[in-house]
Design a protein around this ligand. Structure first.
Ligand code: SF4
Length: 311
C-alpha cells in the first residue's frame, strides 16, 4: 500500500534531542502533531514485541552524550509550547537505570520550569517517584499494561515492572490528582487476546482511577516476530501464519488481516465502554471506534500558564 505521508506544521521544528514525533509517518497514525523526547537511547525493558529495535537495535538504556546541554538549547530556542512532548516513544523513560541516573527526573523538572506540556509513556512503577514534579506541571501519564498475568508479563516485557506494580503506580498518581491513561498495547493473538485477560486489565486500571484507554494490535516486523517465536515457540507457526502468510504488509509492518484486527479491537472497545472509559485505537484505521478526544491521551494533559523561556 502506498504511504501518503502527512504534512507537518511549519512551526513544529526538530531540536537537538527534542524531535518531531514522526518516526514512521504512517497514514494510519491519528496522533496530533507533537514532539518526542527520549532521555535514554535503547531500552532495558527488552519487550519481545518492541518496534523500536528495528530502528535502533536491541540494547540497554544508555545516556546520551551532552544530553542536558542539548535539551536546554531545545527548550530555550526550538520547542514551540503549542505542541506537547511525548516522553518517550522509542525507549522507556523509566528503565532500571533511571534509579541511578535520574535523567528523566531532571528532564521533567526543566519541562515544568518552562511550562511545557508533556505526556509520559511508560511501563515502570518508578514514575511514582516523580509525582512531586509531575503534579506541579502540565503532565499526564499513560501506563502500558498488556496482561495482569505476572508470569506472562515477565516473558513478554522482562525488564518492565510487574503488572500489579504498574496498576498501583496508576492509582498513586491518580490519587495525587495526576491525569492517567492506560495503553493496552499491543494485543497479540494467542498471547493476551482472551476477553477475560482484557477485562482483567481494564477493570484493574479503572479501579485505579483510569478513564481512558488506547489499544492496538501487535504489528510484526522481521526482528520482533523472530523474538516472539523464540519466547513463545509453541505459537511461532500460528503467528507466522496470521501475520506473514495471511496478514497485510502495510507501511513497514505485517498487520493482521483487517477483520481479525477489528475483532480484537472490538473486544477491548466493548469492555472499555461497559466501564464508561474513553477509547481509542493506535495505528489501526478504525476511526468509527474512536471515543476519546485524542488517540494518544494528550487530551489528559493539564493546561496551565506557560512560563518565560529565559529562566
Ligand atoms: S518499553 Fe517500549 S521501547 Fe522499551 S523495550 Fe518495551 S516496547 Fe520497546
Amino acid at each position: 500500500m502506498g504511504a501518503a505521508r502527512r504534512p507537518l506544521p511549519g512551526d513544529l521544528r526538530p531540536g537537538r534531542v527534542v524531535r518531531v514525533f514522526d518516526p514512521w509517518r504512517s497514514p494510519l497514525c491519528t496522533c496530533p502533531p507533537k514532539y518526542s523526547l527520549q532521555p535514554y537511547t535503547g531500552c532495558s525493558h527488552f519487550c519481545q514485541y518492541c518496534y523500536a529495535t528495528s530502528y535502533i537495535g536491541r540494547r540497554p538504556s544508555t545516556l546520551k552524550r551532552g544530553y542536558v546541554e542539548r535539551l536546554l538549547y531545545d527548550l530555550r530556542h526550538v520547542v514551540n509550547p503549542r505542541y506537547h512532548i511525548d516522553i518517550s516513544t522509542s525507549s522507556d523513560p523509566y528503565p532500571p537505570e533511571e534509579r541511578v541516573h535520574g535523567i528523566t527526573r531532571l528532564t521533567l523538572g526543566y519541562l515544568v520550569k518552562y511550562g511545557l506540556r508533556a505526556l509520559i509513556v511508560t511501563k515502570s512503577s518508578l514514575v511514582v517517584r516523580d509525582a512531586d514534579i509531575i503534579s506541579r506541571g502540565n503532565i499526564a501519564v499513560t501506563m502500558t499494561v498488556t496482561t495482569m498475568d505476572r508470569g506472562l508479563a515477565a516473558k513478554l516485557e522482562p525488564g518492565a515492572s510487574p503488572p500489579r506494580d504498574r496498576i498501583e503506580a496508576l492509582r498513586r498518581l491518580s490519587e495525587r490528582g495526576i491525569p492517567v491513561g492506560l495503553r493496552l498495547d499491543p494485543v497479540i493473538p494467542y498471547v493476551n487476546d482472551d476477553v477475560h485477560s482484557i477485562r482483567e486489565v481494564l477493570e484493574a486500571a479503572y479501579e485505579a482511577g483510569v478513564r481512558f484507554v488506547v489499544t492496538s494490535t501487535y504489528k510484526a516486523r522481521p526482528d520482533n516476530i523472530k523474538r516472539m517465536a523464540e519466547a513463545f515457540p509453541e505459537l511461532a507457526g500460528k503467528l507466522r501464519r496470521l501475520y506473514v502468510s495471511e496478514g497485510d504488509w502495510m507501511h513497514g509492518y505485517w498487520y493482521l488481516r483487517s477483520g481479525l484486527r477489528r475483532r480484537l479491537m472490538e473486544l477491548v472497545y466493548r469492555e472499555a465502554r461497559r466501564l464508561g472509559m474513553q477509547f481509542a485505537t493506535c495505528r489501526e484505521g478504525f476511526s468509527d471506534m474512536m471515543r476519546a478526544p485524542s488517540c494518544d491521551g494528550s487530551h489528559l494533559i493539564p493546561r496551565r500558564g506557560a512560563r518565560a523561556r529565559s529562566g
